[in-house]
Design a protein around this ligand. Structure first.
Ligand code: ZN
Length: 295
């Protein structure tokens, strides 16, 4: 599942491609029935909070997209490609699809691969976007978007103040490794960042929220925004420091991008202890070093 870094990056790209212009919208699969109320309207801006995207078309019409586990965008230049597969929604610029395609069109994005589907195109060259398999793709009112914003915890990528998150954690008996995954506590953190932020803070995932010190929470928060922002630019999430990588190279080599995420059974880069994995912790596999992150 994409984490907040990827959602914010899609928002930036789609705003760069379409904001300020009239956008054509349709739903070829027949499951997006509200395309008529958006088609041909000017897209004012694209918002991102946590794992949610909001395309603001004005007049109380916000297209809400949540990618969920399967959702994925594909984009390209030039004419619209033929409709293929379970295509929930298409967005395109009527003017730009009349131009020839830029060579090197992107492949379909598969989550957490080196190819994120954005090819070589600059956002302003993107003529069309396809959306497949989202958990939600519906038209919302401004009030519904505001209620979502209210319900979600602060988003490190949105410049929010963290106090609301700290208060919720300080009151909770739930493990910190669970709380970090709850979007009502902090918005935008997913399974990779949960594992890596806890490791970098040398914090056990099993400590109840109310027993985690404020200093550690502040460290995690301060670490989250630059780490997630780096993931927006590089297209891959790298959380290891150069000094901790076996290669000591400036650019992380394959297999040294993370301290613990999906490194179970391998030695910890810092202490050499075997990294552990627990299945289904807050619904997802948890990875940690039992020594660096001792309880
Ligand atoms: Zn360790």
């Amino acid at each position: 599942m994409p984490e907040g870094n990827e959602i914010h990056r899609w928002a930036e790209r789609h705003a760069g491609a379409f904001a300020g212009t009239a956008v054509r919208v349709d739903g070829p699969q027949g499951r997006f029935v509200d395309s008529d109320v958006l088609d041909g309207r000017k897209l004012l801006r694209v918002m991102a909070v946590g794992k949610h995207l909001g395309y603001d078309f004005g007049k109380d019409r916000i297209l809400h997209v949540h990618l969920g586990l399967q959702g994925d965008f594909k984009e390209g230049s030039g004419p619209l490609p033929p409709v293929r597969g379970a295509l929930r929604l298409r967005m395109w610029s009527a003017a730009k699809v009349k131009l020839p395609a830029v060579p090197g069109e992107s492949e379909r994005h598969s989550w957490y691969s080196s190819d994120d589907g954005t090819g070589h195109l600059q956002p302003e060259q993107v003529a069309w976007v396809e959306l497949r398999g989202p958990a939600d793709c519906t038209v919302w009112t401004n009030a519904k978007w505001d209620a979502l914003r209210e319900r979600l915890g602060p988003d490190p990528l949105d410049g929010d103040a963290p106090e609301k998150a700290f208060e919720r954690i300080a009151k909770s008996k739930k493990a910190i490794g669970q709380l970090l995954m709850e979007q009502e506590v902090i918005a935008g953190i997913g399974n990779i960042y949960r594992a890596e932020l806890l490791f970098r803070a040398r914090q056990s995932p099993f400590t109840p929220g109310r027993e985690v010190s404020l200093a550690v929470l502040k460290k995690i928060w301060k670490d989250a925004a630059p780490l997630m922002r780096a993931g927006m630019v590089d297209r891959r999430i790298v959380t290891t420091l150069r000094k901790d990588r076996p290669s000591k190279s400036a650019k992380a080599e394959v297999g040294e991008e993370h301290y613990v995420y999906r490194r179970n059974g391998q030695p910890c880069f810092v202490c050499g202890t075997t990294v552990k994995k627990m299945e289904g912790f807050a619904g997802r596999n948890l990875f940690w070093c039992p020594v660096c992150q001792a309880e």
